[in-house]
Design a protein around this ligand. Structure first.
Ligand SMILES: Nc1ncnc2c1ncn2[C@@H]1O[C@H](COP(=O)(O)OP(=O)(O)OP(=O)(O)O)[C@@H](O)[C@H]1O
Ligand SMILES: [Mg+2]
Length: 390
C-alpha cells in the first residue's frame, strides 16, 4: 500500500510519496480557453495544472494566477475544508502517485482545528475519485485515485517526524526520540506551536496563531496600495519578496526596508507567543523552526528565542518538512516492507498477466523484512496516542 503525505496549506499544497514531491499554490481558477501556447517557459509538472474534476474544469496554482479570469483562494479554515481541500488533495495525490491500487494518506490540520475538522477532512477525500489532467501537448490523462486509509495528525508534528524517522519509517534519531522538542511551524496563514516529549504529543503546549507570513504581506500590500493605488492580491507578493523590488505600472518600488521592519515585528510577535505558551516548559531540549515562513523569519526570530534552536538546513525547502514527515510516519504506521512487497506484487501482476493466486499472498518475506516488522511492532508503543485517532 503506497503512502502519500498531503499538506493542503493556505499558501501551498504539498504532496510526497517517498519518491515524488509536488507543490502548487493553493489557488483555484476557472479554466479559460487558451488559443495560443508557447512552448517556452516553465515546463514543470505543476506549472500548467489544468484539471477536470467532478464535471468542472479548473486551473490550479500558478497557472490559475496567470491565466484564469476568476481566481479564488482563502485564508479561512472552514472554506479551505469545504471548498478547496478535496480538489487540491486529489490533484496533488494524482500527480504524485502512479499506482492504480488504493493509497493511504497521512495529512495534518492546524493544532487548533484538529478535533473540529478531522472528520470533515476525511469524509471529503476518502473513496475513489476520477481526475483528468489536461496536458500542454493536448493529451488528456484520466487517473483514478482511490484513497483508503486516512490518518490526520497535528500539522507541526510532521516536521518532528521528518527528523525522527528515516525514509523507511524507522526511528533514525534515537536521541531526538528521547528529548522534549518544541516545534514552530510558520506557514502562510498560521503559526503552529507544538511540543513533543519522548514521542508523546503534549496538547498543553500546542496551539495555532494567526501570525503567518500573509500578515506581513497584508501590511506590504496596504502600503503599496497607498502609494500606487493598486490592490495587490496577497498570493502575488511571493515573487517580489526575495528581490525586494516590485514594478507597478512601470514604476519600481523598493520594499526591502519595509519587509525588514514587518518581518522584525512579526518575529517579535511569534517569539512573545512562544515565550508565553511555553513559559512553564523551560525544560524543552530543542526548538525546531519549520514551514516556509521560518526560512524568511529565522534570522529575526532566533535572537528572540531563549533555547536551543535547531538551525534550518540551507539546502532544504522548509515548506516540505511536514509532508515528508507525514509520509515517513505513514510508512512507520502501515509498514514500509508491506509497501515494498505490494509494489513488487503490483509490478509482477502487470508484467505477467496471470490470474493472481493465493501463492502471491503467501510470498516468502525476506528475513530482514520480518525483523523490520518485529521492530516496528516493538517501537509502536510510544506512539499509541496517534493510533487512537483512527
Ligand atoms: N520558494 C518559495 N516560494 C514561495 N514562498 C516561499 C518559498 N520559500 C519559502 N517561502 C515562504 O513559504 C511560505 C509558505 O510556507 P508553507 O508552505 O509552509 O505555508 P502553508 O503550509 O501553505 O501555510 P499554512 O501552514 O498557514 O496553512 C510563504 O509565505 C513564503 O514566505
Ligand atoms: Mg503549513
Amino acid at each position: 500500500m503506497e503512502v502519500v503525505g498531503i499538506d493542503v496549506g493556505f499558501g501551498f499544497t504539498k504532496a510526497y510519496n517517498g519518491k515524488n514531491s509536488v507543490i502548487f499554490k493553493s489557488l483555484l481558477g476557472d479554466a479559460t480557453d487558451i488559443q495560443f501556447r508557447s512552448l517556452l517557459g516553465d515546463e514543470s509538472s505543476t506549472s500548467n495544472l489544468h484539471i477536470t474534476f467532478e464535471d468542472k474544469s479548473y486551473f490550479l496554482g500558478s497557472y490559475a494566477e496567470m491565466q484564469s479570469n476568476i481566481r479564488d483562494f482563502t485564508l479561512d479554515q472552514e472554506k479551505l475544508i469545504e471548498n478547496f481541500v478535496k480538489i487540491f488533495a486529489v490533484a496533488a495525490a494524482g500527480i504524485c502517485t502512479d499506482t492504480l491500487a488504493p493509497i493511504n494518506i497521512v495529512s495534518g490540520l492546524p493544532v487548533g482545528y484538529l478535533k473540529r475538522d478531522s472528520k470533515k477532512f476525511k469524509e471529503a477525500i476518502r473513496g475513489t475519485h476520477e481526475i483528468t489532467f489536461h496536458n500542454n501537448d493536448g493529451k488528456d490523462v484520466t487517473k483514478r485515485v482511490t484513497i483508503d486509509k486516512i490518518h490526520i495528525i497535528p500539522q507541526p508534528i510532521g516536521s518532528i517526524f521528518n527528523l525522527i524517522f528515516d525514509d523507511k519509517g524507522k526511528i533514525r534519531d534515537k536521541s531526538l526520540a528521547t528529548q522534549k522538542l518544541g516545534v514552530v511551524d510558520i506557514g502562510f496563514k498560521t503559526t503552529d506551536f507544538s511540543i513533543f516529549d519522548h514521542l508523546q504529543y503534549i496538547e498543553r503546549g500546542s496551539s495555532t496563531m494567526d501570525t503567518g507570513i500573509s500578515k506581513c504581506f497584508s501590511v506590504i500590500a496596504n502600503k503599496l496600495r497607498q502609494e500606487s493605488n493598486i490592490n495587490i492580491e496577497l498570493y502575488r507578493i511571493f515573487q517580489f519578496i526575495e528581490s525586494g523590488m516590485i514594478k507597478i505600472r512601470g514604476k519600481e518600488y523598493n520594499i526591502s526596508n519595509l519587509k525588514k521592519r514587518v518581518y522584525t515585528h512579526a518575529a517579535a510577535a511569534i517569539a512573545s507567543d512562544l515565550n508565553r505558551l511555553w513559559e512553564n516548559d523551560w525544560d524543552i531540549d530543542s526548538i525546531i523552526l519549520s514551514g516556509g515562513g521560518s526560512v524568511e523569519l529565522s534570522e529575526f526570530l532566533s535572537p528572540n528565542i531563549d533555547g536551543n534552536v535547531i538551525p534550518i538546513g540551507k539546502n532544504i525547502d522548509a515548506r516540505f518538512n511536514n509532508v515528508q514527515g507525514y509520509c515517513k510516519f505513514g510508512r512507520y504506521k502501515w509498514g514500509y516492507s508491506k509497501y515494498i512487497s505490494d509494489t513488487q506484487q503490483e509490478k509482477k501482476s502487470t508484467k505477467v498477466k496471470k490470474a493472481s493466486t493465493a501463492d502471491d499472498k503467501n510470498e516468502a518475506v525476506e528475513p530482514s523484512e520480518k525483523e523490520d516488522e518485529k521492530s516496528d511492532k516493538q517501537s509502536k508503543g510510544g506512539l499509541s496516542w496517534l493510533r487512537r485517532q483512527n
